[in-house]
Design a protein. Sequence first.
Length: 374
Amino acid sequence: MSGASYKDAGVDIDAGNALVEAIKPEAKSTTRSGVMSGLGGFGAMFDVKAAGFKDPILVAGTDGVGTKLKIAISTGKHDTIGIDLVAMCVNDLVVQGAQPLFFLDYYATGKLIVDAGKAIISGIAEGCRQSNCALIGGETAEMPGMYGAGDYDLAGFCVGAVERDDVLTGDRVRSGDVVLGLASSGLHSNGFSLVRKVVSDAVIGGPADTKLQAAVRDHIVDKARLAYNGEAPFAPGKTLGDALLVPTRIYVKSCLAAIKAGGVHALSHITGGGVENIPRVLPEDLAAEIDATAWETLPVFKWLQKAGGIAAKEMARTFNCGIGMVVIVNPAQAANLKSVFEENGETVFEIGRIVPRPAGNDGVVLLNAEKAWG
């Protein structure tokens, strides 16, 4: 008699092993000083001293990609979502002055499709290469019954290090400091639940205000793919799916170069919460005065605001609106730091100043939001 097998239950060990073998060259391409082991062990080791640190503080972070995954799944385009995963983690580390050292991923799906898995992890490896961060391990979990057909989820975990005397905490920020903004590549990896609602409402001709309409909306957009395969209304020549899936920009190289040049007082990664993230790196008595007209709003944000009728305040607290990283700098070194960022491939705008915090203010004084996004 032949009994039940794990494969009969929906878990294919051979497929998992095949994926591990397929991604080993990608992982190897991310190796850097300090890596002590390859893929396949029960744990991965890293020698911080061999990476060049003398008195390091370790900085750790974890994140995901959110419902941007739904668009990747709907379009079958899996090769850039891994860059997003790495970016969301390493950009959070560099704001504390940390150099990313190593990265681990968690990839969970109902049924493992090796080609899709390889594309996803190839993107993760590309993100690691861009940030000089080693992909040293991870977990692939095949869990039938937990996810719908073709669905998957991703999470990332990253560890970096910074010399003890070089940690950025925001305590150097002073009134009069200049606020620089580094341009984003697009939506990055935040606000996609609202993005998908705007897209799907447009497809069904109005807001989905009942559960039935919401189910129809999801069927039209996520299953039939009628919207995402059409041309993007804000990016001629691109499909809507491709335009929305532009990966999150990785700011590690440019930010580390600027920190080394001197004069950087604080950094703020603009993710969920938009410019409202900035107070996280400010002393309680200071605020960032930001002029929303100081940079050109990207077409994707203009389209979202118009198509969804989104209020300016909601735009500011949901999306990056074209600025992916905020840098607070010494005024005397602002011009030099702007040049350093530009030499490292960034588009830089001077977007504001640090001012005494007005009574009752939450840390951001946003000027001209209605003019920019209203």
